[in-house]
Design a protein around this ligand. Structure first.
Ligand SMILES: Cc1ncc(C[n+]2csc(CCOP(=O)(O)OP(=O)(O)O)c2C)c(N)n1
Length: 329
């Protein structure tokens, strides 16, 4: 889709590409750090960036409640989480703002940006988001709750209970499914009988929208429209973005045991990040030299975040009980 059809300015398109590129490079760096034994775990955004940045571009940072899931590096970077904060969590250092180095990486949280952490059981963030939306409605606040998750998670009880409640009460919830067609090793056709996840919205009395998650402008438009409907009191939307998972489920997984590598190579050839790079050059939104400089600047940021987090101190062992037990005043 042409970005002008989505009323996006040229400069915004460059920023969207930059954020997608930053997410990819931070993610790749984490795999290198994991394979060299420096960080314990990686769970990737690779292949989801276009959908994530496009979706978050339509949100009001610091006002809307955002309950992302572990792949949503592109969402949280768009909303203002810094690369240093991402790396501090990856290295489990004391200064990590999401948990002081205690939580698994990618359980993103930043209360100053209204980003609230998910719990590790997948889908538990959905009823939490519905609760936020209910509060917004009761208080008459012009805000929405955005919650994201994967296709496998749309089979959890929390999904059905949360969306049913949101539908009954016409709550301003944007439920965003990043459908990469795998739940670890289980392919879509073995977990969902319907053709799409979006069509499940009908049974909750909500709008359902299916969108190509490799096109950030389409995703932006879908989320923006859904947000406007929600603010008009017309209820929530279930948005399904079709994306690709370009790497194994996590750094503890070997996808060669269950995934057709030819299919994976085909998905890599259609990588949304490469498509976006071609788009901004073809539309002359940037020239080769400026794009090279932009990418070099991003790598400097990734290097800075890595060095900063690696040098940062671990939490003091005497604080081990902090955030687990209430502390005496
Ligand atoms: C309730 C629950 N069951 C199982 C798990 C283990 N688990 C972690 S991620 C995951 C797959 C989720 O797949 P999906 O929702 O499609 O998201 P994706 O990782 O593919 O983006 C599973 C089964 C969990 N964390 N919580």
């Amino acid at each position: 889709m042409d970005h002008r059809k989505a009323s996006l300015r040229d400069e915004e398109v460059i920023q969207i590409y930059r954020t997608m590129y930053l997410a990819r490079k931070l993610d790749e760096r984490q795999w290198m750090l994991n394979r060299t034994g420096k960080i314990p775990f990686v769970i990737s955004c690779q292949g989801h960036e276009a959908a994530q940045v496009g979706a978050a571009w339509a949100l009001q940072a610091g006002s809307d409640a955002v309950l992302p899931y572990y792949r949503d590096l592109g969402v949280v970077l768009t909303l203002g989480v810094s690369p240093r904060d991402i790396m501090l969590a990856a290295f489990a250092k004391a200064e990590d703002p999401s948990s002081g180095g205690r939580q698994m990486p990618n359980h993103f949280s930043d209360p100053t940006l209204n980003i609230f952490t998910q719990s590790s059981p997948t889908g538990s963030q959905i009823p939490h988001a519905v609760g936020f939306a209910w509060a917004f409605k009761v208080r008459g606040e012009q805000k929405v709750a955005f919650v994201s998750f994967g296709d496998g998670t749309s089979n959890q009880g929390d999904f059905h209970e949360g969306l049913n409640f949101a539908g009954v009460h016409r709550l301003p919830v944007l439920a965003f499914v990043e459908n990469n067609t795998y739940a670890i090793s289980v392919p879509y056709h073995k977990q969902v009988a319907s053709k799409t996840i979006a069509e499940r919205a009908q049974s909750y009395g909500m709008e359902g929208v299916l969108v190509d998650g490799s096109d950030p402008f389409l995703v932006y438009e879908a989320v923006k429209n859904a947000r406007e409907r929600a603010l008009e009191g017309l209820g929530g939307t279930l948005i399904e973005a079709r994306v690709s998972r370009l790497v194994p489920h996590s750094s503890d997984d070997d996808d060669r045991t269950y995934r057709d590598q030819k299919e994976l190579e085909e998905e890599k050839a259609r990588d949304a990040l490469g498509k976006m790079r071609t788009y901004i050059l073809d539309k002359s939104l940037i020239d080769d030299a400026a794009l090279e400089q932009l990418e070099k600047d991003v790598m400097d940021i990734v290097n800075d975040a890595t060095a900063y987090a690696e040098r940062a101190p671990y939490a003091d062992p005497s604080t081990v009980k902090r955030y687990v037990y209430a502390e005496a005043e």
